[in-house]
Design a protein around this ligand. Structure first.
Ligand code: NI
Length: 190
C-alpha cells in the first residue's frame, strides 16, 4: 500500500472525463482502491476520486460519518461507512436541494458553499465488482455528488453560484461568528 500524491486544481487529470473500469477485480484496480483508501485517511478527507491521484478511472471512495453530517435528522441515508463505488451513476430524487460547505483535497486551504440535490439515487459496482444500489441524502448525498463530479472533470468551485463564499479555511471563523446556525461548522466533502 502506498500514500499517493494528490493532484491539485490546474492539473489536466482533474479536468477530463474519466474512463469506466472494465474489470473491478483486476489486481491493479484492487491495488488502486487500497491506495486510495489509505491516501484518503492520511489526508483526513471524507472522500477521494481516482483522478485526484492521477488515475483517470471512474472509482471513488468515501465515508460519511455522523460527525460530518450537518443534518439533525438522521434517516439512515445521511451517513455511510467506508464505501467504494466503481462506475457510479447518480440521479436526483425530487427537487429538494441543500446548500452546504465543501472543501476538496485538490483545492487545499479553501472551502465554499455549493447547492446540491438533497436526495439522490445511486448505482455502481462495489470493490468486489457487485452491483450496489441505494439512496442517499444530506451529507452522504453531497459527498457522492462531489466525488462523481471529479469523474466528469468538475471541481466544486465550478458548481458554486456565489463565489463570495469561496474562502480560506483560516477565515471560516468570521462566517461562524456571523452565522447563528451551525452550518458553517459543517465539515466538507473532499
Ligand atoms: Ni474533491
Amino acid at each position: 500500500m502506498a500514500i499517493l500524491k494528490i493532484a491539485k486544481m490546474g492539473h489536466p487529470v482533474l479536468g477530463r472525463v474519466a474512463d469506466p473500469v472494465t474489470d473491478p477485480k483486476a489486481p491493479e484496480i484492487q491495488a488502486l482502491i487500497r491506495d486510495m483508501i489509505v491516501t484518503m485517511h492520511d489526508a483526513n478527507g471524507a472522500g477521494l476520486a481516482a483522478p485526484q491521484v492521477h488515475v483517470p478511472l471512474r472509482v471513488v471512495v468515501y465515508h460519511a460519518p455522523a460527525a460530518r453530517s450537518e443534518d439533525d435528522e438522521h434517516d439512515g441515508h445521511e451517513t455511510a461507512p467506508l464505501t467504494v463505488l466503481i462506475n457510479p451513476e447518480i440521479e436526483p430524487i425530487g427537487d429538494v436541494t441543500s446548500t452546504g460547505w465543501e472543501g476538496c483535497l485538490s483545492v487545499p486551504g479553501l472551502r465554499g458553499e455549493v447547492t446540491r440535490s438533497g436526495h439522490i439515487r445511486y448505482r455502481a459496482l462495489n470493490g468486489e465488482g457487485e452491483v450496489v444500489e441505494g439512496e442517499a441524502s444530506g451529507f452522504h448525498a453531497r459527498v457522492i455528488q462531489h466525488e462523481c463530479d471529479h469523474l466528469d472533470g468538475i471541481l466544486y468551485p465550478q458548481r458554486m453560484s456565489d463565489l463570495r463564499t469561496l474562502i480560506f479555511d483560516s477565515e471560516v471563523r468570521h462566517i461562524i461568528e456571523a452565522d447563528d446556525t451551525d452550518d458553517a461548522e459543517e465539515e466538507a466533502a473532499e
